[in-house]
Ligand binder design. Sequence first.
Ligand code: AR6
Length: 173
Amino acid sequence: MIPLECIQADITTLEVDAIVNAANTSLLGGGGVDGAIHRKAGPQLLEECRAIRNRQGGCPTGEAVITGAGRLPAKFVIHAVGPVWQGTNPKTEALLASAYRHSLELAVANHVKSIAFPNISTGIYGFPKPRAAEIAVAEVTRFLETNSSIEQVLFVCFDEENFDIYKAMLGQS
Ligand code: AR6
């Protein structure tokens, strides 16, 4: 199985096949990484999101949709909707795992070889960072055990706290 890696970076700068966006159910943009991605990608991204929203009414929590990447260096943006933290709850945790899994399923269906994830739900949605990282790493690991077409998975940390958590979890210095 490919080794999982974490880096500290602005995800909008990465030249990978797909970057994942921590979106919301409206798909119409927002703050945090979503805002950064839409600002840098330009109006084409919002247009594609709006078309998906008109077709299927947005994206449910725990699921994901895929678009082109506008002016970003990546080829695709996978818009995943994580849950809002509402206290410890197995359903909320399952929805976070599901957002990662659906993103990877879309990646495989679109022949994506390299994919970069932000730390979904750990900003505005308030998910505790250590638990979110455990769920993310466990779900991605489980997925890769049975899917060999993806060659690189990056966990892209923006804040120091997440970077320290992921480095410890993945045994990186
Ligand atoms: N590159 C990588 N990671 C980033 C960047 C960046 N440029 N900017 C922020 N982060 P958040 P959520 C990290 O709040 O919690 C939006 O309004 C940040 O440090 O972006 O899933 C959406 O529209 C944090 O660790 O997403 C939704 O309404 C992580 O990205 C809502 O926020 C996720 O933080 C989603 O909330």
